[in-house]
Each structure stands twice: as C-alpha cells, then as structure tokens.
Design a protein around this ligand. Structure first.
Ligand SMILES: [Cu+2]
Length: 304
C-alpha cells in the first residue's frame, strides 16, 4: 500500500503518511504534557491547569485538526474520483470466490468476459464498476487504489491507473465465506499498443485445437458437462456460472491468482478442485481418466 504505482494510490498513501506523522506528533505532545503535569516545575503545571489552556488543547486543537483533515480528505476524494471520462470502463463482479470481469464498450455494454485478471493500458485512467453476484466483497489492489466494497444490488465506481507496466496483486478484503482467503486476482498493466492487441484477441472466439490431443481435450470438455458452468466462445459451451474459459490459456494465473497457469496445474485443478481450493463451487472431477485429463489440460492451455 505504501509502494504506490499510480496517482490514485499515491494520494491515498499521502493521507496515510499525513495521519502517521500527525498522530505521532500529537502523541509526543500528550506525553510531554503528562510529564510536565506530573514532574514538571510548578510554574508549568499552573499554565497547564489554566482554563484557557484546557479549552485550547481540549476543544480548539481537535476542532482545528479534524476540520483541516476533513477538507484535505474531501479534496483527495475529488482527485481520486475525477469527473473526466475514463479511457476505458470494466465491470468487475465479486463471486464466491473469484472475480468475474466484463470489458464494456462506449455504451456500457459487455463486449467479452474474462476472470481473475484485469488488463489495463499503462498511464490511462480506467474506471471499474464494482458489483457483487452474492455477498459483500471488497476490491483491493493496494498498489493502485484504496479498498472499495462490492455490495449486492449496488454499483461502486473506482478509478485505477498504473504509471508503469507490471503485474499488481489484488485480494478480496472483506470476509465473504469459506475460500475468501484464496480470492486473489492480478491487474496487468501493459503499454497501450500491446493492450490493444490483447483486446483484439479477446474479442475473438476460442482458438481451434492445435493438434489431435487438443481436439480430444475439447471433446472431453463437452462430454463431461464442463460447458454447463463454463463459456468457451465458438464451442457450444454456454455456461455462465463459472469463469469464462474462451481465452483461459492466455491468463497468467488460474483459480483467482492461486495457481500458475501451466498444463500440470490445470489438470491438477480439474481432478481435485475441492482439495486445491476447499469449498469452491467447482466439483473435483476424479472420474476423468489420465489420458483424457491430459488432453483436456492441453486443450485449455492452448486457448490463448
Ligand atoms: Cu472475500
């Protein structure tokens, strides 16, 4: 949180430092006053006990300090939530226990879906529309912005901006049930040209299977009912309950930031989802035979 990487996070960190410094100064002042009252010279004690002094320190100082802080935080608030139109709007919906992400067009209509990874162009102000599909979650990428709750039936808006390319970790910051602690995500900031190329690829349907094994994997996917919960554009799998898998192979991580995205972890996840992330909403598919499981993982890995 204190290593901010963008203007919004920087202003929030600024408030934090101001409060640390101010709190330390006031604490030191109080300690000094206590020392003077208990051990100080009689003259100092008389001054401390004057009615004017009590009013100034007990009423005047707090009122002045808190009013100053109020003005400062209102100003910071205005800077964090600017009125100028954002370069891009993305809807992020908290789910037990992962993140559903929709990129929106100029009219606010969803263009494509992804999960657990939010790509943004470097140096651009991006607006996030934060929603919840079930209970209250809290969206937090400490290096890019402050926390904001995701509340059922409400849309909260949050601006983020990254000043340099990088991968910034985020985490659900409000207890939301069983697998809450395993509900992470990543924001990936890329130079605008790379970002545009990524956007282009995301709009396309799933890549055709690269070889016979991948084609077998796709058939295993459809035969096992994975498509009841997952959408893979262009295959007939239309489920909406779980993450969109159309381009799952292009993400850095699997399962809300929990596993590296490699063939082995994909297979491990499918076979023992309940062991890897206890209580999550995908059953373990222990019944899929080894060769089928490998083919399935090979196909998913190729969906870039
Ligand atoms: Cu949570």
């Amino acid at each position: 949180m204190l290593a901010s990487q963008g203007p919004h996070a920087e202003s929030t960190a600024g408030i934090a430092w101001l409060l640390f410094a101010g709190g330390t100064a006031i604490f030191a002042g109080v300690l000094a006053a206590i020392w003077l009252a208990a051990r100080g010279p009689a003259g100092a004690r008389d001054v401390l006990a004057r009615e004017g002094m009590v009013l100034a320190m007990g009423l005047g100082l707090p009122v002045a300090t808190l009013s100053g802080l109020l003005v400062h935080s209102l100003r910071t608030n205005a800077a964090i939530a600017p009125r100028d139109p954002p370069a891009l709007a993305i809807e992020v919906q908290g789910e037990q226990w992962w993140w559903r992400v929709h990129y929106l067009d100029d009219q606010g209509r969803p263009v494509f879906a992804t999960a657990n990874e939010i790509r943004i162009p470097v140096g651009r102000s991006v607006e996030l529309l934060l929603r919840s599909g079930d209970v209250i979650h809290s969206f937090w990428v400490p290096q890019l912005a402050g926390k904001l709750d995701m509340i059922p039936g409400r849309t909260n808006r949050l601006r983020i901006q990254a000043d340099r390319p990088g991968v910034f970790r985020g985490q659900c910051a409000e207890y939301c049930g069983g697998a809450h602690a395993m509900m992470a995500f990543h924001v990936v900031a890329e130079p605008p040209a790379e970002f545009e190329a990524w956007l282009q690829r995301q709009r396309e349907p799933a890549a055709p299977p690269r070889d016979a094994e991948a084609a077998r994997g796709r058939d295993v996917f459809l035969a096992n009912g994975c498509g009841l919960c997952h959408h893979v554009a262009g295959t007939g799998a239309m489920g909406r309950f779980g993450p969109d898998l159309t381009h799952v192979g292009g993400r850095l991580h699997l399962v809300s930031g929990w596993l590296p995205n490699q063939r082995g972890s994909i297979a491990g996840w499918i076979a023992s989802a309940q062991h890897v992330k206890p209580q999550n909403r995908m059953p373990s598919f222990t019944q899929i035979a080894g060769a089928d499981l490998r083919a399935l993982a090979a196909w998913l890995e190729g969906l870039e």
